[in-house]
Design a protein around this ligand. Structure first.
Ligand code: SF4
Length: 508
């Protein structure tokens, strides 16, 4: 009786934390369990063949918005090939309306609803014993003899009773290690699944320190805390930051998601003294429009938030990442421009422009009619339009997001961007919007571009602008050259110079 615990990650460098928790919770049966992580970039045939080759009696998939359609396609074919193979699904994508889900997906035999550790442990125990007593597995919804059975929900677990997930399975060197020191979030943003759980359950600090030491000892490259708000308890947060700094191995870096309003002086003092690159900090600003923030139950003090982020950026020791969400209630196109410009001027290393998703189980999804939401019916349930922004407006923001990602987030254009925003346009948003317009006008959106071609495209845009602003093309060419020399290796720069500034349209 061999069980496969698997998932499809969104990218190769990601690793799935849930699988490790599940494996460790059923560790006494580990000889019966294989763990395999695929990615959504793997071919369907490859994944299918690997699973069939494994000769599994049961396959358990961890399901998310980025993999659910692929999982369902695989599951259907696996079941056709091996009708006796049992299929179990868990994860946020199947935890809401699980009965309907089971009714409409006949290839699925079991759904695990809620936090999976205890459910999976009891499921494996029952499965390997072949006693069929699935009615005792809390949190399980299952099909038997053509009928659907719904067991009572699993109890909320003491987080400290959950084993350390990396006892046996540490991801390979080039993957991010995800780690959780707190479950739940004290905030209630209406679009977020973490707001569904009302309690915050931290692990004892001493345990966290011990586990962090393990990562440091193993020289893990990056540890990403998935705590929803790492600094919700500022004292605890600062103690952990200090602990990491005191035990820094010069290799591992740590990523936290924090609440910008809660940044305090001690946090800034500590981070200011940290090794450059030791910490990465992500802050969800989402919008600067108080009406939009209020409508999604995000009571943020932007008067405090923006200066706090600015101070963090100015430290120069921390890699900073800020997020905006397009498609919130009351955020029309003009209001989004204000949010964008307000956040852009903070100068964070990364600015992620995301689009609201109406996730199953969230309050905003229940309020879809109130705000006139039109959204994609299948995962990732992204907003198409609402009462405040048309589908065209949203599509324009998609174009801006694309260019922001290519030129700002991927780096290598810093000086040129500073100049361009100052000299070509009134605001940062205007600049990206126009660059996006040019990029799409030329048809460059159809394929991915080598970095060196991005320099050429920028220069072509500058030549286009030069007609109304004589001289800018020469200035920009100079700045692009300097940025390129800082970014590309000398051989790549030589190659670039040999080919010249004109884009080769045969390669576009
Ligand atoms: S968006 Fe962030 S702060 Fe808001 S509920 Fe979710 S995890 Fe908490």
């Amino acid at each position: 009786m061999k069980i496969l615990l698997t998932t499809l990650n969104a990218k190769y460098i990601h690793s799935n934390l849930s699988l490790k928790y599940l494996y460790m919770s059923a560790v006494e049966h580990r000889r019966s369990i294989d763990v395999r992580e695929f990615t959504i970039n793997n071919d369907d045939d490859y994944i299918y063949t690997e699973i069939i080759r494994g000769g599994y009696s049961a396959v358990c998939f961890s399901c998310y918005i980025w993999n659910i359609s692929r999982v369902l396609y695989l599951v259907e074919n696996l079941k056709k090939a091996k009708p006796e193979m049992k299929i179990a699904l868990g994860g946020p994508e199947v935890s809401f309306e699980p009965i309907d889900f089971l009714r409409s997906h006949k290839s699925v035999d079991y759904i695990m609803v809620g936090e999976g550790e205890e459910i999976f442990r009891d499921f494996v125990k029952t499965f390997v014993s072949r006693n069929q007593a699935f009615d005792k597995v809390k949190g399980l919804i299952y099909r038997l003899g053509g009928k659907i059975f719904v067991n009572p929900p699993a109890d909320m677990q003491e987080f400290d009773s959950v084993p350390f997930p990396y006892g046996f399975l540490l991801p390979s060197d080039d993957r991010i290690v995800y780690y959780e020191s707190v479950r739940g979030c004290p905030f209630q943003c209406s679009y977020c699944l973490s707001s569904v759980e009302k309690h915050v359950r931290p692990l004892p600090l001493e345990r966290v320190k011990k586990e962090v030491s393990f990562f440091l000892f193993k020289h893990v490259k990056q540890v990403k805390f998935i705590d929803r708000t790492f600094n919700y308890d500022r004292g605890r947060c600062n103690q952990l930051v200090k602990y990491i700094m005191d035990h820094d191995n010069g290799i591992t870096n740590f990523h936290f998601e924090i609440c910008g309003d809660l940044i305090d002086e001690e946090f800034l003092r500590l981070l200011g003294a940290a090794r450059k690159g030791l910490f990465q900090v992500e802050i969800g600003v989402q919008s600067l429009n108080p009406l939009a923030l209020g409508a999604v139950d995000r009571q943020k003090n932007t008067d405090k938030l923006l200066p706090n982020i600015q101070q963090l950026v100015q430290l120069g020791t921390v890699h900073t990442h800020v997020d905006l969400i397009a498609g919130l209630p009351f955020e029309d196109y003009l209001s989004f421009i204000d949010s964008f410009n307000g956040v852009y001027q903070l100068g964070a290393d990364q600015l992620q422009l995301g689009f609201l998703k109406l996730l199953k189980g969230t309050k905003i999804r229940e309020e879809k009619d109130k705000y006139g939401y039109v959204f994609r019916e299948s995962a990732p349930y992204e907003v198409i339009a609402n009462k405040f922004m048309s589908a065209e407006g949203m599509a324009r923001l998609k174009m801006v997001e694309h260019l922001l990602d290519l030129y700002y987030n991927r780096g290598g254009f810093q000086k040129t961007l500073e100049y361009a925003i100052q000299h070509l346009q009134v605001t940062a948003f205007d600049f990206y919007e126009e660059l996006a317009y040019f990029f799409y006008l030329k048809g460059y959106q159809h394929r991915s571009h080598k970095k060196e071609d991005l320099y050429r495209i920028f220069y072509e845009y500058a030549c286009w602008k030069d007609r109304s602003l004589p001289g800018v093309a020469a200035d920009i060419q100079e700045l692009l050259t300097a940025d390129m020399q800082r970014t590309l290796n000398p051989d790549a720069v030589k190659k670039f110079n040999k080919k010249g500034w004109n884009i080769d349209r045969r390669t576009i």
